[in-house]
Design a protein around this ligand. Structure first.
Ligand SMILES: Cc1cc2nc3c(=O)[nH]c(=O)nc-3n(C[C@H](O)[C@H](O)[C@H](O)COP(=O)(O)O)c2cc1C
Length: 329
């Protein structure tokens, strides 16, 4: 996003960055920046509904909204903006706000209000799941691209977009987005998927933390997009240790975001990762991240087929697939 960070590790939007004491520890452990927990459309709407509810007490839609989101009653947008300012007073590292809206007006209005708090940048969290059978992929992409143009024209702090990987051709979409005036892309967001309790026959909504192998998709797209789009890439999703960060930087990322790694370990884990990166760099003779950033992206890769279909076919054409008894292919 054009921000100078003291380390490439950014702690991503989560409950970790919603707590001032934890944020202080995150800074002490060596993080380069934090992305605060998102302000969600539902919080904004709930506050509006609650104001209206005071006036017309019997409205059913209001009642449903409050039942579905009981916990955010005291976490409206005003509190969020106030709390962003408290965060800025608490740490010196860049604080990046995060917004997840639905309606165009909300995006534009709150992007501005959040920028006015003095945050260093704003991450737009394009988290939405398809629920309309008639909407085409291209119409959704166009809406998102137009929105990015409008927001970047309106606010004067750097804007990044955190994307899902679920586009038919992520390369085209990310490239087009990178030309709207945004300063960074975060690849990728993680969707929470509902589950089913087969005893109670109920839907359940567990918080699924990432697993280490989840970062392969991010690694692929970081390498494919590196130096081929107009913005910096922040890689995210299943990054757990120093080796994972190094791989992302080799693939072309300029920074990474981590969340699950800190839930599964502790905040001090940031320091362990940074120490691991330094050890590896001195072993390899690299003095700065720039010495190896993008060294193994698609453009620089020694193996032109590394990110292609050919590797997939080659793998599946092996005579024997990996067996339970650990015999080789
Ligand atoms: C408990 C929890 C809360 C999260 N809250 C947010 C949020 O408010 N906004 C957002 O954009 N992402 C949120 N995320 C997603 C993370 O920022 C991140 O994109 C995702 O967890 C993938 O990174 P990881 O593999 O390092 O966990 C949350 C994740 C977790 C686990």
């Amino acid at each position: 996003m054009g921000l100078k960070l003291k380390s490439p590790i950014i702690v991503g939007a989560s409950s970790l960055t919603a707590d001032l004491a934890t944020i202080e520890n995150i800074e002490k452990a060596g993080a380069g920046a934090i992305v605060t927990k998102s302000l969600f459309e539902e919080q904004i709407q709930l506050e509006r509904y609650q104001d209206e509810l005071e006036r017309e007490k019997t409205n059913e839609k209001h009642a449903e909204m409050i039942t579905v989101f009981p916990d955010i009653g005291h976490a409206g947008p005003k509190e969020h903006l106030y709390w962003l300012k408290r965060t800025l007073e608490t740490v010196k590292i860049p604080v990046i706000g995060s917004l997840n809206a639905v309606n165009r007006e909300t995006w534009l209005d709150y992007a501005q209000q959040m920028a006015d708090t003095g945050i260093s940048g704003l991450e737009l969290n394009f988290y939405s799941t398809p629920n309309d059978f008639s909407k085409t992929g291209s119409s959704i992409e166009d809406e998102q691209i137009n929105l990015l143009k409008e927001i970047t024209e309106k606010i004067n702090i750097p804007v990044a977009v955190k994307l899902s990987s679920f586009y038919t051709n992520p390369l085209r979409v990310v490239k087009q987005m990178s030309e709207t005036g945004i300063a960074g892309v975060v690849l990728f967001n993680r969707f929470f998927q509902p589950d089913i309790d087969i005893e109670k026959l109920e839907n359940i909504f567990p918080i699924n933390l990432s697993n280490p192998l989840d970062n392969r998709l991010t690694l692929r797209y970081t390498a494919l997009l590196s130096k081929q789009i107009k913005t910096e890439i922040c890689s995210s999703g299943g990054i757990f240790d120093a080796a994972d960060v190094i791989k992302m930087i080799l693939a072309g990322a300029s920074s990474v975001q981590i969340v699950s790694a800190l839930y599964k370990n502790d905040i001090e884990h940031i320091k362990t990762i940074l120490d691991g990166i330094e050890t590896w760099m001195s072993k390899k003779g690299f003095n700065s991240l720039a010495d190896f950033q993008g060294k193994m992206n698609k453009l620089n890769s020694d193996d032109p087929w590394a990110y292609s279909r050919a590797q997939y076919v080659k793998l599946l054409m092996k005579p024997k697939l990996l067996r339970k008894d650990k015999t080789e292919f």
